[in-house]
Design a protein around this ligand. Structure first.
Ligand SMILES: Cc1cc2nc3c(=O)[nH]c(=O)nc-3n(C[C@H](O)[C@H](O)[C@H](O)COP(=O)(O)OP(=O)(O)OC[C@H]3O[C@@H](n4cnc5c(N)ncnc54)[C@H](O)[C@@H]3O)c2cc1C
Length: 439
């Protein structure tokens, strides 16, 4: 299985503009011999690298293996939105599991943002361009607005968190430049980054500290040796480890060795487009506070401004990777929200897989006494995977980790996993219908 290059995204183009002298230190060559480590990590995205970081901090010898270049998966392709939320709302969590669990989940969500900040500080990742500008959720109907306002009110009263504030119709219209929203809720503890710079920066920092990262190294077999150790086989060599952390998320089906982790998830294709640079006039009208923006529709779209361009993304359940249909639909959705962009060209189009789970929460746990997994961030993995990978490292070392509803004992494959693709299409079509009729 040949290693694949990063997709041709805006992130890759921006990274290529940096003078070679200033680019992050290049990381791993492929594994070309047999090695022994305490902990082997499969996957060099945010999850795997944050696990390696936590292990290195504790002086535990580890190695990271990836079939592709660092950040080739979702970590190098995402929207770069750093958010302090789960897909499941805190009132819903409290309703089902009680207020104490909701408080612990709320803490984890904000700890995720702190984890991103800590990486940026510790590895001096200035090229990541972190901006703690908040995230504005824009309501597309009055009903949706009352629902998100009620949630903000609940978070303030029950969790003592005043970082969510209601924004009027006029405020949302002025700051986004879009006309279709009736109001919104601003979450202050959120921000934006350049995602590929972030993952590469962490990898470079780890390399400097002596953590080996082997790229172009697919794990093609995972077995137990007679001494209880795990034996990972890659084309160029084998890794013998006491513990393994599987951090392959929505790309776990790259080889059979990790495919059982794929059955935990419903992978959902998520697509992004980036316009040509805006004129100064448009730049002064759109997204003036440089936050990230989401909307309340079920088939949610999100947008932000970066590199003087509009970046617009959404879940695209219909097209296959690289097919133009999904991107064209995204561009139509963008122009519907921002008619000002009608004549602005789209210069970049790319997509990747988001790992969705049935309970809308990440899953972290052990699949056996020598294997730990963390996956299923449901589209909020920039902050969450930066944190959860570190908890996975603690679990692999036999520690207890405070994971509230994220802890999972063993793998629980999604029922009827083979039918996931038509299932996703059905649900998406239903959601699009509900959005279209304003339900
Ligand atoms: C288009 C898009 C937009 C998104 N936008 C946002 C956003 O704005 N904010 C947010 O918080 N989240 C967002 N997400 C989600 C976020 O990117 C992910 O949750 C996060 O990157 C997951 O990181 P990870 O390290 O777990 O997995 P990944 O980054 O996907 O890494 C998995 C790695 O495992 C490797 N691998 C798989 N199998 C093997 C094997 N057998 N052997 C060796 N290597 C293997 C792959 O090559 C890959 O590099 C988005 C995702 C996508 C796709």
């Amino acid at each position: 299985m040949a290693s694949r290059p990063q997709p041709e995204s805006l992130w890759r183009a921006m990274a290529a503009r940096v003078p070679v002298m200033d680019a992050p230190v290049s990381t791993g060559a492929p594994l070309a011999r047999d090695i022994d480590v305490e902990v082997a990590i499969i996957g060099a995205g945010y999850s795997g690298l944050s696990a390696a970081y936590a292990l290195q901090k504790r002086g535990v010898e580890c190695a990271v293996l990836d079939a592709n270049p660092v950040g080739w998966g979702a970590s190098g392709r995402n929207g770069g939105v750093v958010s302090s939320k789960f897909r499941l709302s805190f009132p819903a969590i409290a309703g089902a599991h009680g207020i104490d669990v909701a408080k612990r989940m709320h803490r984890l969500a904000h700890d995720g943002v702190r984890a991103v900040e800590a990486f940026i500080d510790e590895f001096k990742l200035t090229r990541v361009q972190f901006e703690h500008t908040g995230s504005l959720r824009c309501a597309h109907t009055e009903r949706a607005l009352s629902s998100i306002c009620a949630e903000a009110d609940w978070v303030r009263t029950m969790l003592g968190d005043a970082s969510m504030t209601v924004q009027s119709h006029a405020q949302v219209q002025h700051e986004t430049g879009a006309k279709g929203f009736v109001g919104g809720v601003l979450s202050a503890d959120a921000g934006t980054i350049l995602p590929l710079e972030y993952v590469r920066g962490i990898a470079a920092g780890l390399t400097t500290r002596g953590v080996p990262i082997y790229e172009a190294t697919p794990v093609i077999d995972m077995a137990r040796a007679q001494d209880g150790r795990v034996l990972l086989r890659a084309p160029g060599g084998a890794v013998r480890a006491k513990q393994v952390i599987v951090a392959t998320n929505a790309y776990s089906n790259l080889t059979d060795a990790t495919a059982s982790y794929h059955r935990e998830l419903v992978p959902f294709r998520s697509a992004m487009i980036a316009t040509a640079p805006l004129s100064p006039e448009l730049d002064s009208q759109l997204m003036v506070h440089r936050r990230s923006y989401t909307e309340t529709r079920r088939m949610m779209k999100w947008f932000r401004k970066v590199d003087g361009r509009v970046l617009f993304g959404g879940r695209d359940a219909f097209g296959k990777e690289g097919e133009p249909t999904g991107f064209d639909a995204l561009q139509r959705a963008m122009v519907a929200l921002f008619p000002q962009l009608k004549d602005v060209a789209v210069e970049y189009r790319w997509s990747g897989y988001v790992g969705m789970t049935f309970n809308a929460l990440p899953h972290v746990g052990r699949s056996d006494d020598a294997t730990t997994f963390c996956l299923g961030y449901n589209g909020t993995g920039v902050a969450m995977a930066s944190l959860i990978g570190q908890h996975a490292a603690a679990l692999a070392l036999g520690d207890k980790a405070e994971l509230a509803m994220l802890a999972q004992d063993g793998l629980r494959p999604v029922p009827f996993h083979a039918l996931r693709a038509p299932g996703v299409r059905l649900v998406a079509a239903w959601y699009q219908f509900l959005d279209a009729v304003g339900a």
